[in-house]
Design a binder for this molecule. Structure first.
Ligand SMILES: Cc1cc2nc3c(=O)[nH]c(=O)nc-3n(C[C@H](O)[C@H](O)[C@H](O)COP(=O)(O)OP(=O)(O)OC[C@H]3O[C@@H](n4cnc5c(N)ncnc54)[C@H](O)[C@@H]3O)c2cc1C
Ligand code: FES
Length: 283
């Protein structure tokens, strides 16, 4: 994980610049003017967004991109409930209220290594930001994304990423073409041991997908990091409402709970106790 102290979480009065359908998996793309946040954000950070003073809890959303020069921050979101339904109504010029940047960001691969990124559903958002950061740092990487709703999928993404993008649409329909982890496994199988051993895995998505990524890491002896999207309340470490089970040899039972909002959301792939994590998510 990053060796730098986390930036202070600030409250950012922001302004909507655009809010349109994204050319990616049926997600919406919102660009906000939030200069201080754009300056301090890193891939893996998220924000707590107010969707109205009558909705007590802010909504956690990953930062999908930040341009410190233009002072812009990008979000990619799926419309699933009251808060995100309200977001769809926001127009250019409307105010927005954000807390961030929150959490521990991804660690970029060390020199000589490349990256394989996997995003599932809304978990694509932090992967898009990471893909851009890797490209900006001159680090090779490929982004595999998967969406469960073929009707919302797009074969070609017009998002500027800098890294190659491969998409899998998977829900068992005629259009389905396999899980994102199957695509990644085929890519890894096709590589000779030398370049393959220098690949670092990064993932964000639903629990079953993440466990499949952890299994890939084990099978090919790769290290990596995962961002967990746990349900959250406070979002800054105060309520323990977001805990996830982590391996801990020092703990009497061999595992412990960590708060995803401030101890994560990014954790090493091999730190998560995947069986307990899956059990907690009905897997
Ligand atoms: C760290 C983090 C980063 C996230 N990043 C993104 C992102 O970049 N883009 C995005 O679209 N979403 C993201 N999410 C999920 C997002 O927070 C929820 O979809 C959002 O809060 C739903 O708000 P709502 O008011 O529209 O729906 P609600 O009315 O609150 O809920 C509607 C439905 O969504 C489910 N839901 C709510 N929160 C979650 C969650 N965390 N995980 C799984 N299901 C949930 C509820 O169970 C319910 O079925 C992230 C979550 C976390 C914890
Ligand atoms: S959401 Fe309250 S501690 Fe994480």
């Amino acid at each position: 994980m990053s060796g730098f102290p986390p930036p202070l979480i600030g409250r950012h009065p922001a302004r909507v610049l655009s809010n349109l359908d994204a050319p990616l998996g049926g997600l919406r793309r919102m660009i906000l003017h939030a200069p201080e946040l754009a300056r301090t954000a890193q891939p893996g950070h998220f924000v707590q967004l107010s969707c109205g003073t009558d909705l007590t809890l802010r909504r956690p959303l990953s930062i999908a991109g930040a341009d410190p020069v233009a002072g812009e921050v990008e979000l990619l979101y799926a419309v699933v409930g009251e808060g995100t339904r309200r977001m769809v109504q926001w127009r250019p010029g409307d105010p927005a209220d954000l807390l961030g940047p929150i959490g521990r960001p991804f660690t970029l691969p060390p020199p000589g290594e490349t990256a394989l990124l996997l995003g599932g559903g809304v978990g694509t958002a932090p992967m898009v930001y990471l893909a851009r950061a890797l490209a900006a740092a001159g680090i090779g990487g490929t982004l595999f994304v998967g969406f469960r709703r073929p009707e919302g999928g797009h074969r070609s993404a017009a998002l500027p990423l800098g890294s190659p993008l491969e998409q899998a649409l998977s829900n068992g329909s005629d259009q389905a073409d396999g899980l994102v982890t199957d695509h990644a496994a085929r890519r890894l199988e096709s590589l000779p041991p030398e370049p393959r051993g220098a690949i670092r895995l990064y993932a964000c998505g639903p629990p079953l997908m993440l466990r499949a990524v952890a299994a890939l890491a084990q099978r090919f002896a790769l290290s990596g990091e995962v961002s967990l999207e746990e349900r959250m309340a406070c979002g800054f470490g105060g309520c323990a409402g977001c805990v996830a089970p982590m391996k801990d040899p020092a703990a009497p039972q061999g595992w412990t709970h960590r708060r995803v909002c401030v101890d994560g959301p990014v954790f090493p792939l091999d730190a998560v106790d995947w069986e307990r994590y899956l059990a907690a998510h009905g897997g």
